[in-house]
Design a protein around this ligand. Structure first.
Ligand SMILES: NC(=O)c1ccc[n+]([C@@H]2O[C@H](COP(=O)([O-])OP(=O)(O)OC[C@H]3O[C@@H](n4cnc5c(N)ncnc54)[C@H](OP(=O)(O)O)[C@@H]3O)[C@@H](O)[C@H]2O)c1
Length: 246
């Protein structure tokens, strides 16, 4: 029986790529979902990586794919089965009157609807697993409000509250955690710096953090997140922050 198998969304770059890399480096099979593939991971790890090209902003497409049984088949033999809901969108940045409604819908669907749909399907697909774990990659923005980030803040708060409520369900052999990972140098941070103080008043703070080298390294983020995911203490609290070494 496969010991551990993990589904990761948003593995094509950034934190999701680092998480998938760390899992694969530990010989853990990964089913990875994004719109783009990750050629580097595929070349390096070959058959351990199972890639699915799926647009998580398209809820009917997500429902259709979940109905294909691909996730169920992938997880069928796992003793420890995990789902990492990592894919996320920051846009639209700016107050309501500037927000493109299509982008609002896409962010709400990727950040919340797809994650909740995958979570429900994951639990149905893992009835035979001894240990089941769901990790939402949330954000400090789900806990503290920022001007210009209303959509992002609301969607991340939704993940946190989903985890709290799921934990109360006491689903057998299921643990859940919604994790704020800290500020990590990825394309999403570049997007923040490319915005303007008019749309995002805290803009300068993020520019300064980058200039002063205060952003966390994405590879290290992947390592710490995987350590947490596989740890005995995983899911002790439904909502938490990633602990970085001092
Ligand atoms: N970086 C930070 O400082 C930070 C801080 C707190 C929380 N987070 C959270 O961490 C997670 C990863 O962020 P990141 O910084 O690594 O961002 P990123 O570099 O922009 O990567 C985002 C990932 O999400 C996937 N994704 C976006 N839209 C998608 C869609 N429609 N369908 C499928 N996949 C989609 C992308 O894949 P495709 O484009 O190939 O589809 C990509 O792999 C996000 O949930 C973010 O909110 C990041």
């Amino acid at each position: 029986m496969t010991e551990t198998a993990v589904v990761v969304t948003g593995h094509s770059r950034g934190i999701g790529a680092a998480i998938a890399h760390e899992l694969l480096a530990r010989d853990i099979s990964v089913l990875a979902i994004a719109r783009h593939g990750n050629a580097e991971l595929a070349k390096r790890f070959g058959s351990g990586l199972h890639e699915v090209r799926l647009d998580l902003s398209d809820a009917p497409a997500v429902a259709h794919w979940l109905g294909t049984g691909t996730m169920r088949d992938f997880l069928a033999e796992a003793k420890l089965a995990a789902l990492v809901n990592n894919a996320g969108l920051l846009q639209p940045i700016g107050p309501l009157e500037t927000q493109d409604t299509v982008l609002v819908g896409q962010a709400a669907t990727v950040n919340v609807a797809a994650a909740l749909m995958c979570s429900a399907a994951f639990v149905s697909a893992t009835r035979g697993a001894r240990d089941r774990r769901i990790l939402h990659i949330s954000s400090g923005a789900g806990r503290k409000a920022y001007a210009g980030w209303s959509v992002y803040c609301a969607t991340k708060a939704a993940l946190d509250h989903h985890a709290r409520a799921v934990a109360l369900d006491r689903t057998p052999r299921l643990r859940i955690n919604s994790l704020a990972p800290g500020i990590i140098e990825t394309q999403m941070q570049a997007e923040i710096r490319a915005s303007t103080p008019e749309k995002f008043p805290d803009h300068e703070r993020f520019v300064t953090m980058k200039r002063e080298g205060r952003l966390h390294d994405v590879k290290e983020a992947g390592q710490l997140i995987v350590e947490l995911l596989l740890s005995d203490g995983f899911g002790k609290e439904p909502v938490s922050e990633l602990q970085w070494p001092a």
